[in-house]
Design a protein around this ligand. Sequence first.
Ligand SMILES: Cc1cc2nc3c(=O)[nH]c(=O)nc-3n(C[C@H](O)[C@H](O)[C@H](O)COP(=O)(O)OP(=O)(O)OC[C@H]3O[C@@H](n4cnc5c(N)ncnc54)[C@H](O)[C@@H]3O)c2cc1C
Length: 475
Amino acid sequence: MRGYERALARIVGKDNVSTDKAELFCYSFDASIHTSAPNVVVRPSNTKEVSEIVRYANRKQIPIVPRGAGTALCGHSLAWNGGIVLDMTRMNHISETHVEDLYVVVGPGIVYSTLNAALKPLGFFFPPEPGSADVCTIGGMVAVNASGTKAIKYGATRDYVLGLEVVLSNGTILKTGSRTIKNSSGYQLCRLFTGSEGTLGVITEVTLKVAPLPTYSSTAIVAYDDLQAAGRTVADLIRCRLLPAALEIMDRTCIQAVNKSLKLGLPEVEGILIVEFDGHPDAVRDDMRKAEGICRAENPTLFSSSDDPAEEERIWAGRKAVLPSMSRLKGGAVSVSVAEDMIVPISNIPKLIGAISRIAKKRGLVIGTYGHCGDGNLHTKVLFDVRKKDAWTRAWKACLEIYGKCISLGGSLAGEHGIGYTRAPFMRMEHKAELDLMRTIKMALDPNNIMNPGKLSLDSVPKTFVTRLRYPVGD
Ligand SMILES: Cc1cc2nc3c(=O)[nH]c(=O)nc-3n(C[C@H](O)[C@H](O)[C@H](O)COP(=O)(O)OP(=O)(O)OC[C@H]3O[C@@H](n4cnc5c(N)ncnc54)[C@H](O)[C@@H]3O)c2cc1C
């Protein structure tokens, strides 16, 4: 046993420290295109242990990477410089439930859908619902400010974080925020830690706002022969003061991918919208009637709505399967996440969609576009043969162009998936003096740069990317 293993085992017990090669290999992946293994994995069970581990790492200047389920899409939870991966999944408790005060207190390792299963009998829920809901943790969601299909109506994770317990890089245990629905007491530090991607401290407890669970919903599928018409409909729905619970888009490439993998028989048109309303049945029916009129103004080839939960689930099945289905579309082509989480003001969705298809054509790439268009958030997957270096170069150039367009439309590099490692070199495109201030905050809170170094472009910016898909890119 090495010295650091002994020291860590004294804190958490030897069963919760691992340097086993097979295990380190498993922790060398997340859902990104990258790979990098830690030297050791540690699994704390309480805040005191986390504090002692971080204090030790700070003294020895060992990098430390907090990790939930490892589903982040940009290499967030990989240990670029080796060091400790802090697996937070043992801290998965619900310690308090106060639905009458609209909050719960949970450990960071609890899985999103486990929390909502516990809240359901009480008639409440935590709404952001990412596509990874069945596996991702609340700590990971807070650290990335994740959201999902419901953000248009219910907001993102940050809108639900009332209070946090955070272990700072010197081991100090900080409590910030409150148990109240609002507060205006000083700097809003919960907001600073939300979205900080493990670079400022380890989240050890979360006080989360919860919302009443809607009891009725209705969902429509709308098919268009023109993707721009689908994009225009999105802004028209909002302009007419409709606020769907979800408003999603899928382009032809995505439709073909889910048809191929799930045999759903969706119409293979240029674009499909999914529109869901929830709330009181009368209000939902009224909203759906209005939405139908607005959708029909752009001449869809199909408008079909249902309030039958089984049919609603069928409508959603295709959308939910887009990400895992894409790699099955073309033999030899892999679906690669490069520029994959752009967000623009809602009315600029048609312009961004148009730009993405022009860029794909110009670079000779197949790009599938889908996402939460109701809040302006589009995802893309680039399909190419990852054995070909030239394809990587074209994908990289397309990525730069898509980000450039997105920023020129008043948008941002990331709507919900965060920055991590993949997007770090692009931060300067979006943030000017703001990035310098972020770095100042990082240095103030983590002077030894032990907390998840190499992420968010807060220290050195990588010149090339290590990918597990054969080629490094970006040089
Ligand atoms: C199929 C699929 C669908 C997805 N759909 C969505 C979606 O719809 N919306 C969306 O927003 N994202 C989505 N994601 C991305 C991802 O699931 C989310 O970002 C999720 O919040 C990550 O949670 P995690 O527990 O896996 O965190 P991890 O991947 O383990 O970690 C993510 C980041 O959080 C940090 N972190 C984790 N726990 C802590 C802690 N306790 N303290 C401090 N930092 C911590 C890590 O260091 C890392 O920087 C999807 C991913 C997949 C694979």
